[in-house]
Design a protein around this ligand. Structure first.
Ligand code: MTE
Ligand code: CO
Length: 434
């Protein structure tokens, strides 16, 4: 399999947020032994370290006042923490995708400006005062809502991951992209504020025979997706806020459909219309549905739920181990469209032995989970893997098991176990173990 190195996946040396002086500080050695480090003792002696013995500029001069930054941005030292695309994947940027820098993030919430973007016809820039949501089809009363109307329904706050069905799709036939941003970065997780879809459908009144919902976007692709009414009445949201502020234009401002646990393409952005029907629209228009082509030529359909999955985000190719042997925090993300993550195991030897990782922070259904395994690294080569189990009992499969079941024609729904080779000197590479 050909290896490729997409442009821009190198991490700028100054993007770590660490002072190089602090790291390299004139021959200052680590305090003796990993145990001391782990205990939180100072890793370096103060003598001669300019970061300690010299007064720094930021300590000497007044900083910007409160009005200098009406909308705050990250430190300039974090300039390398950005969404990135893989230019050769698509013909142009309007129908394309970029990737969340999951290798640089922690916790379970994705900052709004870093949520990956997937557009079929670019970003629609919508004046919310001109935006309408129409509900028609098999309803008692067809209705049209303004954004102000929607804000008068009781609303809810819920945290969900969104994963594009094509996430990890480039890895079906072998290890290809050197960084979890590119292999697993078509995922984000935010807190949505919105009105349950059920509330608005009940307001319109469902007629006999109502079984499916067509959701349509107001962007230039007027993207439509069919959703079974059962799901629409269960946990879908009409969301207008993410992480407390208005949706970003990239994420569907002013209104998007949230379809928890299901593939990202159904989460219609810039939502303008909901039509209730008695059959799925994709039986008429084959284009409005993703399918998974199997080895024997048949295709899987209705593969809406995103299966249990996990990935180690650090160390990973874009975040090598810079500090050598000793205490090492192995960190990653796990998620499942079936609900909560019950357990994550981590292997250091390519899947022969497993240790249970620590899930830290909130464990919410259909949301990202953060796990850690804190080890004392002896500096020998590692084949890092993570394997998640969800509350429905599904276990993340190996890539070999996945290929045996589905062949290699698929693009979508690759939830196989990822392997990172960590070399003794700390560099990390995307590999596969047999
Ligand atoms: N909705 C509209 N209107 N147009 C689109 O192109 N792309 C879909 C979905 N909703 C799309 C859309 C796809 S394929 C995905 S994976 C998600 O939006 C991506 O959501 P995000 O851009 O917020 O990450
Ligand atoms: Co998608």
């Amino acid at each position: 399999m050909s290896k490729s190195e997409p442009e821009g996946n190198r991490r700028p040396a100054d993007a770590t947020g660490l002072s190089r002086r602090g790291l390299l500080g004139g021959g200052l050695a680590f305090a003796a032994g990993a145990a001391t480090l782990a205990a939180g003792a100072a890793a370096r002696a103060a003598d001669g370290d300019p970061a300690i013995v010299e007064v720094q500029d930021w300590n000497r001069y007044l900083g910007d006042g409160v009005d200098a930054r009406p909308y705050g941005m990250p430190s300039e030292y974090e300039a390398g923490v950005v969404r990135r695309n893989v230019p050769w994947l698509t013909a142009d940027a309007t129908s394309s995708v970029n990737f969340t820098p999951i290798q640089d993030l922690d916790g379970i919430i994705t900052p709004n400006g870093l949520c990956f973007e997937r557009h079929h016809a670019g970003i629609a820039e919508i004046d919310p005062a001109q935006h309408r949501l129409m509900v028609n089809g098999l309803v008692d009363t067809p209705l049209v809502f303004t954004m102000e109307d929607l804000a008068r329904f009781p609303r809810e706050n819920r945290v969900y991951f969104l994963e594009c069905a094509a996430n990890t799709g480039m890895e079906w036939r072998g290890a290809q992209l050197n960084g979890c941003q590119f292999t697993h970065g078509m995922v984000h997780c935010v807190m949505y504020t919105g009105v349950p879809l059920r509330t608005v459908l009940q307001e319109a009144g469902l007629r006999d025979g109502a079984a499916w919902l067509l959701a349509e976007g107001a962007d230039a692709s007027a993207m439509t997706r069919s959703i079974p009414l059962e799901k629409a009445l269960d946990d879908c949201l009409l969301a207008f806020k993410m992480n407390g502020e208005a949706l970003r234009p990239e994420q569907g401002y002013p209104l998007r459909l949230v379809v928890p646990g299901w593939e990202g393409n159904m989460w219609v952005k810039w939502l303008r219309r909901l039509e209730v029907g008695d059959q799925p629209w994709h039986q008429r228009e084959e284009t409005s549905k993703y399918t998974d082509l199997l080895a024997d030529g048949r295709a899987r359909r209705f593969t809406w739920v995103m299966d249990v999955k996990s990935v180690i985000t650090a160390p990973s190719p874009q975040v090598p181990v810079r500090h050598g042997r000793g205490p090492l925090v192995i960190s990653g993300l796990a998620w499942s469209g079936n609900g909560r993550i019950r357990q994550v195991d981590v292997s250091l030897d390519g899947g022969r032995n497993w240790r249970t990782a620590r899930i830290d922070g909130a464990s919410l259904p259909k949301a990202l989970h953060r796990f850690y395994l804190d080890i004392d690294w002896d500096g020998s080569e590692m084949l890092l893997q993570s394997r998640a189990v969800d509350e429905a009992g599904f276990v993340q499969p190996t890539k070999a098991a996945l290929r045996a079941a589905r062949g290699e024609n698929s693009i979508y729904h690759n939830n196989g176990i990822q392997t990172w080779l960590v070399r003794s000197e700390g560099s990390v590479e995307n590999v596969e173990v047999s």
